[in-house]
Design a protein around this ligand. Sequence first.
Ligand SMILES: [Zn+2]
Ligand SMILES: [Zn+2]
Ligand SMILES: [Zn+2]
Length: 353
Amino acid sequence: MSEVVYITVEPSIQLHGAPTQPYWIHPQLIDSIDPVKGRQFRVSDHIPKGTCLLVDRPYAAIPVVDEPATNENLTCSYPACNRRVALGTERFSCPNACIDDVAWCGTTCRDLDQIRHAFECTWLKRYSKPIRSKRGEYEFGMLWLIIRLLATRQVEVQNPSASNGSKPFPPVSKHGWDGINMLCGSVETWSHDRVRNWSTLAKKYLQNSTILPHGLSTDRILHLICQEEANSFGLYPRETGVFPIPTPFVDRGEQFAAAVYPTAAIANHSCLPNLIHKADDQGRMVFTASRDINKGEECCISYFDLTQYTDLTTRRQHLKNSFRFTCKCERCVSEEPVEETSPWNTIPMMDME
Ligand SMILES: [Zn+2]
Ligand SMILES: [Zn+2]
Ligand SMILES: [Zn+2]
């Protein structure tokens, strides 16, 4: 049996004094708007390497595991907990026996999560099997994450002081459902085929109904799918964005959950990121400076595992396919082949009049 090897991050990068609040943002991390790139993070002062810059609790998360009943990496369904429910310890499953992927680490979490889970339970019981068999695991996960976004919203609407079903968030406007509304991902940025497919799924499985009383229009749900697809994070056991790629070569491991974070979603991508990111043991996304960051510099994460796509062509291809943009980060630009000076370039364009 192979032993799990964790990346040995330099001690200065390891989280020190990570705040224990569900949500925490470094006072010098600023959410700003760039005329070309849109929303982004910048720092308003010099930030030393190793500084923790953001801790963001998911608005919604789902486990992504095979054989959940026997999987070590299943996480507690209560959004404020999200801890791994280890095998061997007692797991508390749904009294209504909806699906095996739903479990709590204890009765406290199960009881506190009752209202939120009630929102998804009937839907899961009715639709999980047909969706999984007809549409596959990816689309099931996507729809379930949408349902969980709606479930958290429902809890928030019913009890405005209890976002995410537990303690109130600090008064940060970008959090809660307002933060979800602000996420990028307009329908126009996706291919027609994808949008048509999501539109079919939204009409078939996510309409406002007695099973799913969310009160939102089908267009809003379609937009929500676009937002979720553009902004959700995969959760992995090890850091994403460690650069230079460490030797021995260690990837970030196998995905065990997916989640939507209203604030962490603001970060743009770079193939030479100055932040590393990883979810902690409660599913909170933590951003840490992987080097000194200069005042005014943009803070970026890597959207993919840097050990997986190493050369310019495969990185750009992957980003184009999965994230719909051509990467112009400093690393990509510096690796662009120097264009040969062809004689054609020097011939003036013919006048076509
Ligand atoms: Zn729990
Ligand atoms: Zn249930
Ligand atoms: Zn790049």
